[in-house]
Design a protein around this ligand. Structure first.
Ligand SMILES: Cc1cc2nc3c(=O)[nH]c(=O)nc-3n(C[C@H](O)[C@H](O)[C@H](O)COP(=O)(O)O)c2cc1C
Length: 487
């Protein structure tokens, strides 16, 4: 057996010193998406979380989720498992080790399904068990073992936790700077202070995760925390070219993605649909008929056609509206530019007609494909039952060649003006005058301010809050001007 590289040696050699990392995302970090992200600057990708126990007992699950996705361009690659039993974890690792460069243990999933299944962040207090799992895997498998954790409220506890994992044999640590309770409407900002404390306390490479929405966030995060790399999930889903520092028109990314999907079949249709919902998120708020259509169509041709229609509508808007096209109140850039999703500020709880309290932020959206916080639900009981009934996934047939083009000189001109504007604003970033909020309370206050400005019907002082974004950046929606600075 070849010598197993460890820690920094593993990161520098096997992972090629990767700094730009695409997060593990259930239903979303599948092969086609990883390849698209790599084409646009990602240097390392993770598979979606796989369930160790199912992986061990179900050959179809192994084939569908790992073995059939082998592709030389898709390296370096880390396979992620959730597990709560050392023996099962090691067996799963042994079955996966020849298909990836390392195995990651998910210690961060905060969803209800993880609570019920007793994995993810719900193992955060079971240090003895975790120590055993990591130690055994480190001894028995041929590739390094890594962990992805959430932070504790207490800095000291977070540091001790990281040190315990390092001592057990963890070779690289991803620190998501949010606590177990920071999820859904309470997601808030990630604590880079906690990440920095971990970085300073361990002798293995550390990746920072949380609120990376722009290349300027990456640079700032690495500078502030000293980490080796930065991982993005939601930012990457809304702009797969994030690591290139580029904010392209949505249709460019959507069409390139659909092309990759057709080149690397089979790809689960629901994943493709979910990606299109994310990419076209802002445009679909306006073209609601196409939103319904996107939810309804039953094959890749249908999805491709809806995406094409969306492009045509945007291009028509540009042709008719010129540089003012596509502007939406509350959005810094035209809806057809890849940009971060601004998480709505949770509303106060309201009483229903019975006088009982209705939880804020619990409105079930019509199109659940769009919900990113459905993270880690891929292994829900229903899905598993469905899979057991029909182990052959919906495969995507080859793509139709029906992409007509309405592109005109005017469209190209407007796009390039906007792209320059977006990139300038993003480069300017928080260092360019955008002040970073110091605490979550402050973020909430600022969120209210943003709401007030929006309610007044304008972008006011041109200050836009970008959350889950790390903080605030100052953007100027009228191209092509230099972004304004706050007073
Ligand atoms: C759609 C989606 C699926 C996710 N699935 C996983 C997963 O399989 N494993 C995991 O460790 N985290 C998962 N996460 C969490 C992300 O990896 C990441 O830790 C989190 O979103 C914070 O990063 P961000 O602020 O860049 O979004 C998922 C997140 C999203 C949005």
């Amino acid at each position: 057996m070849a010598v197993k590289l460890q820690g920094f040696e593993f990161w520098k050699t096997t992972l090629r010193g990767a700094r730009y990392v695409v997060a593990p995302m259930v239903d979303q970090s599948e092969l086609a998406w990883r390849l698209l992200s790599r084409r646009h600057g990602a240097e390392l990708c993770y598979t979606p979380m796989l369930h160790a126990q199912v992986f061990v007992r179900d050959a179809n699950y192994r084939k569908d989720n790992l073995y059939s996705e082998v592709c030389p361009e898709d390296r370096p690659l880390i396979t992620q498992f959730c597990a709560n039993d050392p023996e099962v974890f090691v067996q799963a690792c042994l079955l996966a080790q020849d298909y990836c460069d390392a195995i990651d243990l998910n210690l961060g999933c905060p969803q209800m399904i993880a609570k019920r299944g007793h994995y993810g962040v719900f193992l955060q207090d079971e240090w003895e068990l975790l120590e055993k799992m990591v130690k055994l895997a480190n001894e028995k498998i041929s590739v390094p073992i890594t962990c992805k954790i959430r932070v504790f409220n207490k800095m000291e506890e977070t540091v001790q936790y990281a040190q315990m994992l390092e001592k057990a044999g963890c070779q690289l640590l991803t620190v998501h700077g949010r606590t177990k309770d920071q999820k859904g409407p309470a997601t808030g900002i990630a604590s880079w202070e906690h990440i920095k404390a971990v970085r300073n306390a361990v002798n293995i490479p550390v990746f920072a995760n949380g609120n990376i929405q722009h290349l300027s966030d990456v640079e700032q995060c690495m500078e502030e925390t000293g980490v080796q790399g930065v991982m993005s999930a939601e930012g990457n889903l809304h702009n797969p070219a994030l690591f290139e520092g580029h904010s392209p028109p949505v249709w460019e990314m959507a069409e390139e993605y659909l092309e990759v999907v057709s080149q690397y079949p089979p790809c689960t249709l629901s994943y493709v649909r979910a990606h299109l919902f994310k990419l076209w998120h802002h445009t679909l708020q306006i073209h609601k008929d196409l939103r319904e259509e996107l939810a309804k169509v039953k094959n890749l041709q249908g999805l491709t056609e809806v995406s094409r229609q969306l492009r045509l509508r945007c291009q028509e808007e540009i042709t008719n509206g010129g540089e003012k096209a596509g502007q939406v109140v509350g959005l810094p850039f035209p809806h057809w530019i890849c940009q971060p999703y601004v998480r709505p500020v949770p509303k106060a709880p309201v009483a229903n007609s019975n006088g009982t309290e209705v939880k804020a932020g619990c409105h079930k959206r019509a199109l659940s494909q769009e919900d990113s916080d459905g993270a880690c639900d891929a292994l829900s009981k229903n899905k598993q039952k469905k899979k057991a009934r029909n182990p052959t996934r919906t495969s995507v047939p080859s793509r139709s060649q029906s992409t007509s083009s309405v592109s005109s000189v005017e469209i190209q001109r407007v796009i390039s003006v906007y792209s320059t504007c977006v990139e300038a604003a993003v480069k300017e970033g928080p260092q360019g005058g955008g002040r970073l909020p110091k605490s979550r309370a402050e973020v909430q206050d600022q969120g209210r301010e943003t709401e007030v400005r929006a309610a007044r019907g304008g972008r006011g002082g041109k200050e836009q809050r970008v959350t889950g974004g790390r903080g605030w950046r100052i953007v100027e929606p009228q191209p092509p001007q230099t972004p304004n600075r706050p007073p």
